[in-house]
Design a protein around this ligand. Sequence first.
Ligand code: NA7
Length: 526
Amino acid sequence: MNNVATLDQQPLDAVIIGAGFAGLYQLWSLRKLGLRVRVVDAAAGVGGTWYWNSYPGARTDSPSNVYQYWFSDELLEEWNWQQRYPDQQESERYFNYVADRFDLRKDISFNTRVESATWDDSTRRWNVKTDTGLTLNTQFVITAMGPLSAPLVPMFKGQESFKGRLVHTARWPREGVDLKAKRVGVIGTGATGIQVVQTIAPEVAHLTVFQRTANYAVPMINPRYDDADRAAIRAKYPETRKAIWTTFIGFDIPGQTRPFFSIPADERREILETLWADGTLRLWVAGFAEVFFDPAANHEVSEFVREKIRERVKDPKVAEILTPKDHGFGTRRVPLENGYFTTFNRPNVDLVDLRATPIECITEKGIRTSAGEIELDVIILATGFDAGTGGFLAIDFRGRNGVSLREEWKKEVRTTMGLQIHGFPNLFTTSAPYAPVAAFCNAPTCLQHQVQWITECIDYLHKNDRAVIEPTAEAEQRWLAHHDEIANQTLVAKTKSWYTGSNIEGKHFRLLSYIGGLPAYIEACD
Ligand code: NA7
């Protein structure tokens, strides 16, 4: 238990909001500088995304060798990854191990939600208020809420009238949900929906999948590791650790270097087959760069993947509904799948095409589409997040002269490199819009880079007797102009998805994530 009265009175150097990947590392790093730090998290435990998203089938789409911390050689030696793609339980265990190993918990207030953070220009400090009554006074505030922390629980008409169980995947009850022999409906076929559907289909009596947009997905190969595998992976750590900073997207695998159309068609096909068979996201993150900006190259790769989907689904009508046609491969987040498409060959699984028969409302008994009512015992919303901005908008940030971040971002979402915001002194932001983190980076790599940058910056300020740092409006404008210039050359910025904010009604259509590549971002930060 936190002693609220004692904590209240201690002036802090830094408050970190969030005890997930970035937050824990930020705490460790600032502690090393000798700073007084407190982490606040609404959850009852560490792990962030890997605490909240405990839905069936949740796992990383990044391999464990690049989905981990690099700050401690001891940790790299001690932690034994069990599989290439850790599931939610393994990921959560990892964060708990880190928290205990480095004695982080004593500086974390759990079950505590930050409600507001107000800058006081006279003291040059922030006042942070929480829902437990804990208030904190601090020189710096560092946000580490993660880019996907505000779940979208769409208010379908009649949602509250449903007499069965309705759950969002990102607020999955810790005690689990009994799905055995139940009639279950899943709304959403993004990375999350795909994982849920392929996992629960064998267990439920009947599964109805409500799809608005068909998604590409690449098959996952997820070997379990034994000691020999782990030794081989560890032997490569020195290389891996270097490689992640140099690739476009923060993985350890470089992309193709030959221009797409300089390669003869049959050889291109062979390369695509090899990338496909890798069982990783290589086809997307280390494939051909042209996929992101050249419509002809994108078309060819998209057709290749469409063929693969059609091959696996027995009923040609179902296959057509599952085959994406309204966007190109890689322009939205490409999930890995493990039996997703073949799930639709099962007799207990139905697919509802919401483009043809939209949801009209949720009823007492289930979901009514324009084609009729489908009775259900459980409705699972795999409907995603208010990405990038949602976590910030949940907190009332007040900067210089009482300026409200919520009000400012209604006009335009602005950040400087996704690290700071003009008008909000001494506020550092990890995973904010316009850094690569949210979409075009292996998140752990980019988050660790941001944490290191923030740590060095704070260290510099202290060593040089500077109390306040804030980007100028001009610097912010320069970054946004650069961001837009690069984004607008890509097909991604023209495609509807959470990357461009189109999943939220009224959200400004603009690419959320910097797409100039991690090396360019690091150079700009330096
Ligand atoms: P996503 O990728 O945003 O997927 C959400 C899904 O839910 C997607 O299929 C949406 O259809 C669907 N959706 C959202 N709202 C509705 C409504 N109102 N009606 C019908 N269908 C709806 O979220 P995920 O959680 O899967 O993944 C988020 C990220 O987490 C993922 O990219 C990884 O990085 C980890 P739409 O495509 O908008 O038509």
